[in-house]
Design a protein around this ligand. Sequence first.
Ligand SMILES: NC(=O)c1ccc[n+]([C@@H]2O[C@H](COP(=O)([O-])OP(=O)(O)OC[C@H]3O[C@@H](n4cnc5c(N)ncnc54)[C@H](O)[C@@H]3O)[C@@H](O)[C@H]2O)c1
Length: 266
Amino acid sequence: MSAVTAEPNRGRVVVVTGAGAGIGRATVELLVAQGAAVVAVDLHDEALAWLADAGPAMADVIAIPGSVTDRATNDAMVAAALEAHGRLDAVALNAGILAQGDIGGGSMDDFDRMMEVNVRAVALGMKAALPAMGAGSSIVVTGSVSGLRGDSGLFAYNASKGAVVNLARAAALDVAHLGIRVNAVCPGPIRTAMTEATEGRTIGAAMAARVPLGRFGEPAEVAQAIAFLASPAASFISGVALPVDGGLTGGTGQWATHGGRSAGFS
Ligand SMILES: NC(=O)c1ccc[n+]([C@@H]2O[C@H](COP(=O)([O-])OP(=O)(O)OC[C@H]3O[C@@H](n4cnc5c(N)ncnc54)[C@H](O)[C@@H]3O)[C@@H](O)[C@H]2O)c1
């Protein structure tokens, strides 16, 4: 049982994958601001160069370059936490990729790659982290609203995110007796490199109009949910898939939103 505290992540040791950009970077920044000790993982040194560029604020963050699809990277991130801090309190398994394609014409190479990064690597991360974790520890997976419903033209991404959301639920049941929690956050459209191709285009406006709050989310807004679930403030929450989507999945999709009607999408 956790004590009530205003700074639930202070002193906690947390690994974040996909930390080079977008939601992962925002999560590192928030956790550091909350007083956590952070290990940041991304594909290569250049992706993590922002940590050095940020100066003293990020000086204590440990950068681990490598692909989460490699067992060695997952082992290295856990070893780094244990060597530097003697324990591991939370992992945010956030790295993910997206490629478009529909069930008719989409590439099975893309399908395999998304399953490898978005699902298999998350299972690898869990397997690496769990032996180092004890009661009160937390695993947070970045799923997606695309893991809760389907999208046209995203069949492989939908399949991978649906799988990783259910992986998180199953893992939550497996480790609950150890006092370890596992949850997924499910972002709607968020302003990152993954969605930047929609910016300034009709498709981007149409996507924003479908969100009841009328806009894309910011990476920092997803980071808030990840940091909460990683912390003891969420001590009785496990096995959930938490939408961070501006109300998107609260609707049936039958009707245009209020903002959408104003924008002419009626
Ligand atoms: N942006 C959105 O609208 C949105 C919506 C729902 C879910 N998500 C999910 O959020 C997560 C973060 O995405 P984002 O929007 O911040 O995207 P992003 O592209 O800005 O950041 C993803 C980061 O993951 C890293 N990465 C990719 N493959 C990796 C690998 N094999 N090993 C290590 N690092 C790797 C990339 O280098 C990049 O820095 C992903 O799982 C994504 O599927 C994003």
